[in-house]
Design a protein. Structure first.
Lengths: 391, 255
């Protein structure tokens, strides 16, 4: 199993002042650039440490939010491409339906791949619903733009005999000719994020790695199964190396210490949904049926509807109030001593039929730098060596 | 609703009443709440009320991308139904379609009535002429759109699922056509002088979505246009003051 350390680079010092809205509407005067500078350097130091610990690195991006000030995912990727030497660098990912210049994305990924000497893993994501507002990207045509960008980026990275023409529905270039060409041939591995069986099926058809985020005990098996069906549909076998699962992780020398760390990392789950309902359901992002269902949910508009988390027995818990034990029960968090974490991972792994990548949120929320370093170190030394026992 | 084949493109349309023809172009949302207004219009005119592509249950026609496409489709519809001297009535988004039709060709159009129409950009680059449909919460949204939101705002939890899905589909189609540029065609103002039919512009006095000053500018930019303000109405006067809107249109049409 490959393990990837992920942080959203939260600007947690602003959370109290901002209250119940942490996205889209928040004024940037709340962000002190001196504090932000310290945070960026700290998070980058934690990622740099991963190179010594043997943990791979994952970045992402969000916009207009205090939950994630990594607004350009390729910037930390670029710094780490130079600062690290061994581990792989995953960007999960690039919201290509929201990037108006797809060729520029091909250039960024190619350049990163060359600088890192072929250590880039290339994520293409639809992006969270609230991302269309900062990008002013039309949600009703997002997926057709996504797939056109996907086709164009891959063609741009794999065409090496001079310019080609692209006059599509959303992107127009007469002379596409990307320099440098990628270090990995024909191109870096492609990842997608997936949140439903339908999109997992498409991922399986294409043979890409899918990252499934916090989908827990209830939803993950169906998503992985749909991936295998998609692969079978194209007469492909889906190895475990095609399946990635993201969870929050808190490891300690004692159970209490591990739980305390997990509890702090879980501030990610408690804050990431502090967003107006209208930003979570931009029209066209979901099907009209799913959107209508949201409009009819009790609490729609007051945020209640988006706070649910499904426990292993199918019951709902409120993520704003849930305990670490409930997050563990839901399959969203692995926490405690190294033995606890291994046992919880094994139970989850067996339940979902296995996966080849753990996308580990080892930093999140208010957890301190010292605790993060110890969390990552303990995981790499005490848990990671045992992961081969999983199957 | 019947399906009219317009040069190979199926168009869903409500056709009712008798008398002189009235092409009714509905606003961006709340079609169910708009039906009583269409029925009332059909008491006086032969009403043809197409469901704009993407808003109803029919699949989006191949290659459709913008309001221009709807305008051409409806010009073809006028021809197909051999309508002459038609009165075109457009509300909000439907008004935008009507404007796009009229700057192209008014051969089959006798008069134009715009009810709180969108579609034209008058303000500067750092202002918006219309409140942001996609930024406001549901509560703020209907407070902006309606003079009396407590009475007229849809209550999603009390509606049938199918009715809420209709609204969801309408919003998706509105985003499709109007997300960027936002509910307007940047060059339309340049061509408004081509509208060569008598035009009535009706505006709700309590329109907080597109201010009455916008209606005034629209009327000023159309060569033969008059503006009528309507008290007790927000952005959807056809819902809040249906009878008054019809009275105004009738007086205008009979001149």
């Amino acid at each position: 199993m490959q393990v990837w350390h992920f942080s959203e680079m939260a600007y947690h010092p602003g959370w109290n002042e901002l209250g119940n809205q942490l996205r889209n509407v928040i004024p940037s005067r709340v962000c002190d650039p001196k504090v932000a500078a310290d945070l960026y350097h700290r998070y980058l130091d934690e990622w740099a440490l991963c190179d010594e610990l043997g943990l791979n690195i994952m970045t992402n991006e969000h916009h207009t939010t205090a939950t994630c000030i990594d607004s350009v995912a390729t910037i930390p990727m670029a710094i780490l491409a130079r600062e690290t030497k061994k581990v792989r660098l995953l960007c999960l990912g690039m919201p290509i339906g929201n990037r108006m210049d797809a060729v520029r994305v091909a250039e960024e990924y190619s350049m990163l791949d060359v600088i890192s000497r072929g250590r880039i893993e290339m994520g293409f994501v639809k992006g969270a619903p609230f991302e269309v507002t900062p990008a002013n990207s039309n949600p009703a045509t997002l997926m057709e733009r996504f797939w056109e960008a996907h086709d164009l980026i891959l063609k741009a990275m794999t065409t090496h005999d001079g310019p080609f023409n692209w006059e599509g529905k959303h992107f127009h270039y007469r002379q596409v000719n990307v320099w440098p060409r990628p270090y990995q041939q024909p191109h870096p591995p492609v990842w997608l994020t997936v949140n439903s069986p339908e999109s997992a099926f498409v991922g399986g058809q294409k043979g890409y790695v899918i990252g499934v985020l916090n989908s827990g005990y209830q939803r993950t098996p169906g998503i992985f199964e749909a991936y295998r069906k998609g692969a079978a549909d194209k007469r492909r076998t889906a190895g475990l190396d095609r399946l990635a699962y993201m969870a929050m992780v808190g490891v300690g020398r004692t159970r209490e210490e591990g739980y305390r760390r997990a509890d702090q990392v879980l501030d990610y789950s408690r804050t990431s949904r502090k967003v107006g309902a209208q930003f979570s359901f931009p029209p066209g992002y979901q099907s009209p049926q799913a959107y209508a269902q949201a409009l009819q949910m009790p609490g729609y508009g007051s945020g209640v509807a988006m706070r649910n988390m499904t426990l292993r027995n199918g019951k709902q818990a409120d993520v704003f109030k849930a305990s670490v034990d409930e997050f563990i029960d839901a399959g969203i968090c692995f926490a405690g001593t190294p033995d606890d974490v291994f046992d919880q991972m094994k139970a989850f792994y067996d339940h979902v039929g296995g996966f080849g990548h753990l996308l580990m949120m080892g930093q999140g929320g208010h957890i301190t730098h010292e605790d993060t370093v110890d969390n990552l170190t303990l995981f790499s030394k005490e848990v990671m060596p045992r992961l081969s026992e999983l199957g | 609703m019947e399906i009219v084949d317009v040069r190979g493109t199926p168009v869903e349309a409500h056709i009712a009443g008798s008398g002189s023809p009235l092409l009714y172009l509905h606003p961006e949302q709340l079609f169910d709440q708009t039906r009583p207004h269409i029925d009332a219009l059909a008491q006086k005119w032969r009403v043809i009320a197409p469901r704009h592509p993407g808003f109803g249950t029919l699949a989006m026609p191949d290659g459709f991308r913008s309001v221009d496409d709807i305008a051409y489709l409806y010009l073809d519809l006028l021809q197909k139904l051999d309508l002459k001297d038609a009165l075109v009535v457009g509300g909000s988004f439907g008004g935008w379609i009507a404007l796009e039709m009229c700057v192209r060709n008014t051969n089959r159009i006798g008069k134009l009535a715009l009810v709180s129409s969108v579609g034209v950009k008058f303000s500067g680059r750092e202002e918006r002429d219309f409140a942001d449909l996609f930024y406001l919460s549901e509560e703020q949204l209907y407070a902006t759109l309606m003079a009396d939101p407590a009475r007229w705002a849809p209550r999603f939890r009390e509606l049938e699922t199918a009715a809420v899905e209709t609204i969801a589909r309408e919003r998706q189609a509105t985003a499709f056509y109007g997300w960027k540029p936002y509910l307007h065609n940047p060059v339309l103002k340049r061509w408004l002088h081509r509208i060569d039919v008598p035009t009535l512009v009706i505006w709700g006095e309590q329109d907080r979505f597109a201010a009455p000053s916008y209606g005034r500018q629209l009327a000023e930019h159309i060569p033969n246009a008059e503006l009528r303000m309507l008290p007790g109405a927000g952005h959807y006067p056809h819902i809040e003051q249906s009878a008054e809107v019809i009275k105004m249109i009738e007086a205008f049409a009979s001149r």
